[in-house]
Design a protein around this ligand. Structure first.
Ligand SMILES: [Zn+2]
Length: 285
């Protein structure tokens, strides 16, 4: 399993370089068509990602976040028109998964906009997420065949197929107290022979991870909220349940990025951070 990371350089390029940039991108695409299969993991806002095989299948997880929420980031302004029209980096999404209803993971009005502009994306998520969207685009939510409510149980995960991807959706608690009623879904996505895990805002509860059998999932790439790596119970959770070949720390507030990067470099030097929206890492066999 190999991995390479590519930083989004567009932010630092002047306009006069843009033609050159697109030429290089085109050459990269032509070149990559002739090499081994790989999966591209691309960072969006907060804990949002697009997972792609670079060919037929593109799966978005927690990606319909546009505005900053609390301390968590949104999309850079220059990318919002592409999001609103489901074009450019946001084009050709086959399936959209949402872990839970919190606004740093899904923004109902933006989700309505994206789903209505997309022609083929299927949204598969909890009734809680869909209920909040219904308040913003009632007619669409009630009539679109592209909205699919799923209801996995601890002893029964849901499995969906889309394009060349297989998606397993399972329950992982967001925690007790005021969050006890919340459905938080974990997603194990297999694409191009690579197994990628996204856990949403799963609470750091050993019993819950055990119940969901996360340790047996043979994960290649784990997308993990950064607080799992901070001092406390997270380290043990990572060692016992999230032992993946590759780990990417995510859900990092922009205001804490420098500090988190510095800390991980010392304590978890192998953990990747995709710092900017559209930064990506490639994983291949
Ligand atoms: Zn949450």
């Amino acid at each position: 399993m190999q991995c390479s990371v590519q930083t989004d350089v567009r932010a630092v390029m002047t306009k006069s370089f843009s033609t050159f940039f697109y030429l290089v991108m085109a050459m990269a695409i032509i070149f990559s068509a002739n090499v081994r299969a790989e999966v591209i993991v691309q960072q969006l806002a907060n804990e949002g990602f697009i997972l792609s095989d670079g060919k037929s299948t593109r799966v978005m997880v927690d990606g319909m976040v546009v505005e900053p929420y609390s301390v968590y980031g949104g999309l850079p302004p220059e990318l919002i028109p592409a999001f609103n029209s489901a074009t450019g980096p946001f084009a050709d999404i086959n399936m959209i998964l949402v872990s839970h209803q919190h606004h740093d993971h899904n923004q109902p009005e933006n989700a309505c906009q994206f789903m209505q502009k997309s022609t083929k994306a299927i949204l598969a998520t909890s009734s809680q997420v869909v209920d909040l969207m219904r308040e913003k685009c009632r007619e669409f939510v009630l009539t679109s065949p592209r909205i699919q409510i799923i209801d996995p149980q601890y002893d029964q995960m849901e499995t969906l197929k889309v394009g060349d991807a297989s998606v397993n959706i399972f329950l992982l608690s967001h925690g007790g107290g005021k969050y006890a009623h919340l459905n938080n879904y974990g997603h194990l996505i297999e694409l191009g022979g690579v197994r990628i895990l996204h856990i949403g805002d799963a609470a750091m509860e050993q019993a819950d991870f055990k119940r969901a059998a996360v340790a047996d999932m043979k994960v290649d790439v784990a997308l993990i909220p950064f607080w799992y790596f901070q001092p406390g119970p997270g380290g043990g959770m990572v060692r016992r349940y999230l032992t993946a070949k590759h780990m990417i720390a995510t859900h990092i507030p922009p205001g804490e990025m420098a500090e988190v990067k510095e800390y991980l470099k010392v304590e978890y030097p192998k953990v990747l951070i995709l710092e900017n929206v559209l930064d990506e890492a490639r994983f291949g066999q």
